[in-house]
Design a protein around this ligand. Structure first.
Ligand code: CA
Length: 357
């Protein structure tokens, strides 16, 4: 008891010494999100991070979060943070594919890493080092800001039995996956989220991918397109915090540590939030719409997709040394880590299934 009292006293003394330094520094930042404030769980990490930072600094470091409904520039976050209109952003790295193709790896790539593998690569492999290297040319820092986990391959009106069934199919599918599908004859388009349901309903598109049950349920796609395919294209989509490098450099060490810690905490939190949202939404969807069919693309189709993906990756690697560097780093990591993913998570799930049968 006496000993505990001494520790408590020492902690209190430390806080007395530390708090005047913290109290002296008032920082007011703004953060722009790609998403509307209501688009949870994607819109969850930024306000949660700002709240943690405010609470950990006794209200001295405040970050005001603007959703897309405010700034109306959801796909210009990188430019706004680089230019200093906002000190921070919350977005997804693959939206900067047109500026720098290598940014795709810090969201997710087709046939890429699971969230376990990606986090291990980012924090304990070369991932974070490579991420900062890629973003240094924009004078910003980039950090993981949440993860959706495995995304579903999308909603289709008709079953895909062969590669021929993909030819001429009109589908909304962004990123490198869109390039892969285009090689297989899919008519790839990108449509604003607000128009997706109408486009599918009116037959402007035949299929689309969005995220997973947790976010898809609000969109209502399951009412129109009953074939729900397992993912291959975004196995672990990471969200992204962007920070203006000059503004970050001005922060005290305490504030840097608090900001880094808060970003890491909410990043892990979003993976759990989206997992919960999808598990709960799927339980509801399959009860209310028993005609939904969960499918895996046939092996022949998956092999064609994988081959087309290898070609897309090889073409970018040949043109761009930095793309090749990050791709090679991920592939080398997967080569080692995938064996562990299989013998741990996959075999465990198979084991529990055997017991249930
Ligand atoms: Ca998606």
């Amino acid at each position: 008891m006496k000993r505990f009292g001494k520790i408590a006293f020492t902690l209190a003394a430390c806080m007395l010494v530390a708090s005047p330094a913290l109290a002296a520094e008032k920082v007011r930042w703004k953060l722009a999100m790609t998403w509307a404030s209501t688009l949870t769980p994607l819109a969850s990490p930024a306000p949660k991070m700002a709240k943690l930072v405010s609470e950990m600094t006794g209200g001295n470091f405040e970050i005001k979060v603007d959703g897309a409904e405010k700034h109306k520039a959801g796909l210009e976050i990188l430019d706004m943070v680089k230019g200093g209109q906002y000190e921070m952003g919350h977005t997804a790295s693959y939206y900067w594919k047109g500026k720098d193709i290598t940014t795709v790896f810090f969201t997710s790539v087709p046939f890429g890493m699971t969230s376990d593998e990606q986090n291990a690569w980012l924090y304990y492999g070369d991932g974070m080092k490579l991420q900062q290297k890629v973003y240094s040319k924009f004078n910003v820092l980039s950090y993981p800001g949440g993860n959706t986990g495995v995304q579903m391959g999308g909603w289709f009106r008709k079953e895909i039995k062969t590669v021929d069934d993909l030819k001429g199919l009109k589908m909304r599918i962004p990123g490198l996956a869109g390039e892969v599908f285009a090689k297989l004859g899919v008519n790839v388009t990108n449509i604003a989220p607000g128009e997706l349901y109408t486009s599918l309903d009116r037959g402007t598109i035949d299929a689309l991918e969005w995220v997973g049950p947790g976010m898809d349920i609000k969109m209502g796609f399951h009412k129109i397109a009953p074939f729900y395919y397992a993912g291959w294209h975004e196995p672990a989509s990471d969200m992204q915090f962007l920070i203006n490098k000059d503004e970050y450099a001005k922060l005290s060490l305490e504030y840097k540590v608090i900001l880094d810690t808060a970003m890491k905490a909410v990043s892990a939190d979003m993976l759990a939030e989206n997992y919960d949202a999808s598990a709960m939404a799927w339980a509801q969807m399959k009860t209310e719409f028993p005609n939904i069919k969960v499918m895996i693309f046939p092996k022949e189709v998956l092999k064609a997709m994988n081959k087309a993906n290898d070609e897309v990756m090889a073409a970018y690697s040949a043109q761009n040394a930095e793309f090749k560097e990050v791709y090679d780093s991920q592939q080398a990591y997967i080569k080692k880590a995938r064996q562990w993913s299989r013998m741990s998570t996959q075999y465990y799930l198979e084991t529990t299934q055997m017991v249930e049968e």
